[in-house]
Design a protein around this ligand. Sequence first.
Ligand code: NAP
Length: 304
Amino acid sequence: MYDIIIIGSGPAGLAAAIYGQRARLSTLMIEKQPMSGGQIVNTPDVDNYPGLPGVGGFELGSKFRAHADAMGIEAVTAEVTSVELSGETKRVVTDEKTYEGKTVVIATGATHRKLGVPGEERLTGAGVSYCATCDGAFFRGKEVAVIGGGDVALEDALFLARISSRVYLIHRRDAFRGAKSLQEKVFAAENITVIWDTVVEEVRGENRVEALTLCNTVTKETDSLPVSGVFVAVGIQPNTELFGGQVELDKGGYVCAKEEGATSVPGVFAAGDVRTKMLRQVVTAASDGANAVFSAEHYLNSLS
Ligand code: NAP
């Protein structure tokens, strides 16, 4: 019986593991892939993690993991197939074994929705990005495209307009779903060009993004748009399939939890991109991991 079972090994899960060890709680971290770091392992440079300017995503993930290993964490690589969270003893079932814990920290993260077009996967990290705040600085003075019409696409376009020479905001319909206040700013920005009724058919480039093949959904005409970067902002999906019906999720599928990480189920905490929150970044995920374990420690003390 573990004090804490952490599901996920991104920055939130690893920070939770480190804090679990510091608190001398018996802690198990379960990771799906034999690689820690979560979404950042595909980010070439993480430019906004304090104290480590220019660190690569893979390197930062590895540093987090090395830190956790040095603290003596117990980690297993296994796919969690189901969970039973309601009782005082929590059960986490993997393809090989069932683990029991007094508390569970859900740190399964989120996955950026993809366009699913040729070239997107191959050029991810080479001009294709899913995070303007993380990667925007690499496109100073260059022309970039943002795909999507929600709040994130509008915010990304505005953010990138301060860095890039021109931002093409490409949306599949003729109206944005994002907030009107953001729309007003987008329309007022001199260097944002909105391209309506248009989808991306291909991301082109030999070793880096060079151009997009676009298709107008009304006229069916195709066109080529030369850009150095493309920011895909067509929504993200929290990795919460395992938890539906067990902990409260919001309408977007995120685990309902505030800063301290407590979920609707006693003894179950959520940390990182998987929980309801304003800003999904490495630094906020890491702080969530610490908060979740602090809350778990209080919960464990209340049991004894
Ligand atoms: P979102 O609101 O779901 O918007 C996704 C956008 O991508 C939509 O415009 C959608 O088009 C488009 N899209 C989806 N699949 C596509 C595809 N395959 N090809 C092209 N376009 C596609 O997602 P989000 O912008 O990431 O925001 C997520 C949530 O966070 C939202 O609830 C949002 O309000 C919230 N949020 C709030 C704030 C804030 O309050 N400041 C900031 C950021 C995010 P359609 O419009 O045609 O469906």
